[in-house]
Write a protein that binds this ligand. Structure first.
Ligand SMILES: C[S@@+](CC[C@H](N)C(=O)[O-])C[C@H]1O[C@@H](n2cnc3c(N)ncnc32)[C@H](O)[C@@H]1O
Length: 494
């Protein structure tokens, strides 16, 4: 493919991609920088009568309003009216207790010093497995020994309940190829994750274990490709989870609950990826090879290692310079609860990043889990003033610069001049030679304020090779330079 043809295809695809991913989004969400419309939403308390009547029938609402009018006027209520009045008052009382509890927790949360954030995207419905699977020719019916072709609208579905009380619809079909979205695996993995990482310990036994009960039934039905068995097991699962939801086990878990386990974050990232990027992922390879815009990813296990070795903490600010489809930014925000920024120059990965982020945030709420503040920018990190502002306050900077040329790496290094003391820079190529020593010739160079340490990563940690490799963590440390300058001065005086 020549450059002209590549550019033509890119333009067509960009238009198509935007239409496909965001056609259902309201205009108010179409913010080009993506981050500025994201607003904090606090837990609101509302005590108006209509709040308590939302789920009631029209005739009940009419009656209730009359009852409250009568009560206000001090008129006597009939037995039936009194029952209505008491029912609503009971709801109000319950809500009041919950809200005062929530306020207490909010206060407590302030002392926790993490950067959890309730984005407006959290209230969006997730993209269901049923909705995202459009090419049925690569699927077959689950548990059908004749392997009949799956026809549009003629397969069975299962509705799976999540801790936030919402359902996701799954078609009971399996892919013929292993790299496609497998609804049966997703159902299985989601139930495991919810039971292990979301359900409070005291309720977990209601689901049994691998030898007994609901967990066993789901595993058995999946292994034996038993459709009826799976439907029955999921009905039981939903009923049990509904009971736990009604016990208010997940109330406030997003605002005040513990951070997610890495395995749960990996699972949610995978779900968000399969719902938004997977089917169109070949578009990421349209960029010219051996350029600064070559797309490549570090995998979730390696990101967990970065988090640990860079000592990234919940009150910190993280930035991924060249964030691609945003995978690292999302993982860091949810696994650490810190403020997490990403900046990406290319339009296609940026568009994917936005779609992934919306889906990811929505899904974090489905599991009732907190997430840090996420800010994604479609910009050139060398030019964007917002990046300069963030670099001054960042605690950890990540640059996947494996494919960047020497000139770009040098320009990035210049950006590090304003980093605060002790900021860590994680990169795939080092910015400073491992044996760098300050002398009077290089004392003014940027390398002299960075200390660097080399780390090894294992097989299958990055998308561009299965081999092991190296990464680097630099630390801003001006003290070495300061003592060098002090020594120089002292030598000059004597
Ligand atoms: C190898 S990808 C890394 C994706 C992600 N950070 C990861 O490690 O999984 C590097 C990304 O940097 C982006 N990039 C290169 N130069 C950039 C610039 N000047 N400003 C913003 N992004 C840039 C590329 O377009 C590419 O998507």
């Amino acid at each position: 493919m020549n450059d002209e043809e590549r550019e033509r295809r890119l333009q067509i695809m960009k238009k198509k991609l935007h239409k496909e991913l965001f056609e259902k989004e309201s205009d108010k969400d179409q913010d080009s920088s993506f981050e500025s419309k994201d607003k904090i939403k606090h837990v609101k308390s509302s005590s108006s009568l209509s709040t308590y009547l939302q789920s009631e029938s029209a005739s009940f609402i009419k009656m209730a309003k009359q009852v409250f009018k009568k009560k206000k006027k001090g008129e006597e209520l009939t037995k039936e009216e009194l029952a209505i009045y008491n029912k609503i008052q009971k709801k109000r009382k319950l809500d009041k207790t919950e809200n005062s509890e929530s306020r207490k927790l909010q206060k407590l949360n302030k002392t926790k010093k993490d950067n959890r954030y309730i984005s407006s995207y959290a209230s969006k419905p997730c993209i269901s497995a049923e909705k995202v699977i459009t090419d049925l020719s690569i699927y077959e019916e689950f548990g059908n020994p004749e392997n009949k072709k799956v026809k549009q609208g003629r397969y069975e579905t299962i509705k799976l309940l999540y801790p936030n009380g919402k359902y996701e619809s799954y078609p009971l079909i399996t892919p013929k190829k292993s790299n496609e979205l497998d609804p049966i695996y997703d159902i299985y993995a989601t139930t495991q994750m919810v039971i292990r990482y979301c359900v409070p310990l005291k309720y977990q036994k209601l689901f049994g274990d691998t030898k007994n009960g609901i967990i066993r039934s789901i595993i058995k039905a999946r292994n034996r490709k038993n459709k009826e068995g799976l439907k029955k097991a999921i009905t039981e699962y939903n009923k049990t989870l509904e009971f736990i939801i009604n016990e208010k086990a997940f109330v406030n878990s997003e605002e005040f609950g513990d951070v997610s386990a890495p395995e749960l974050v990996f699972h949610i990232l995978e779900q968000a990826y399969t719902r938004t990027v997977a089917q169109k992922s070949e578009m990421l390879n349209l960029y010219r090879g051996f350029s600064n815009n070559v797309y490549g990813e570090v995998n979730s296990n390696l990101v967990t290692e970065f988090i640990k070795n860079s000592e990234l903490k919940p009150h910190h600010i993280f930035i991924d310079m060249g964030s691609g489809i945003g995978n690292v930014v999302l993982q860091v925000a949810s696994q650490v609860l810190c403020e997490s920024w990403g900046v990406e120059i290319m339009e296609i990965p940026s568009t994917f990043a936005k779609a992934q982020c919306i889906e990811f945030i929505s899904r974090m709420r489905y599991y009732g889990k907190p997430c840090g503040k996420i800010k994604l920018r479609h910009a050139d990190f060398l030019e964007d003033p917002e990046v300069d502002r963030i670099l001054k306050v960042a605690d950890v900077v990540f640059v996947n610069n494996y494919a960047f040329d020497a000139n770009l790496n040098q320009r990035i290094l210049q950006k590090f001049l304003d980093l605060k003391e002790n900021t860590r820079i994680i990169s795939l190529k080092n910015f400073v030679p491992l044996d760098h020593k300050i002398n009077y010739r290089n004392a003014n160079s940027l390398e002299s304020i960075l200390r660097v340490k080399e780390y090894l990563f294992g097989h299958d940690s990055v998308s561009w090779t299965n081999e092991e490799g190296k990464y680097y963590i630099h630390r801003v440390d001006r003290s070495i330079l300061q003592s060098f300058e002090k020594n120089m001065k002292a030598n000059r005086v004597h």
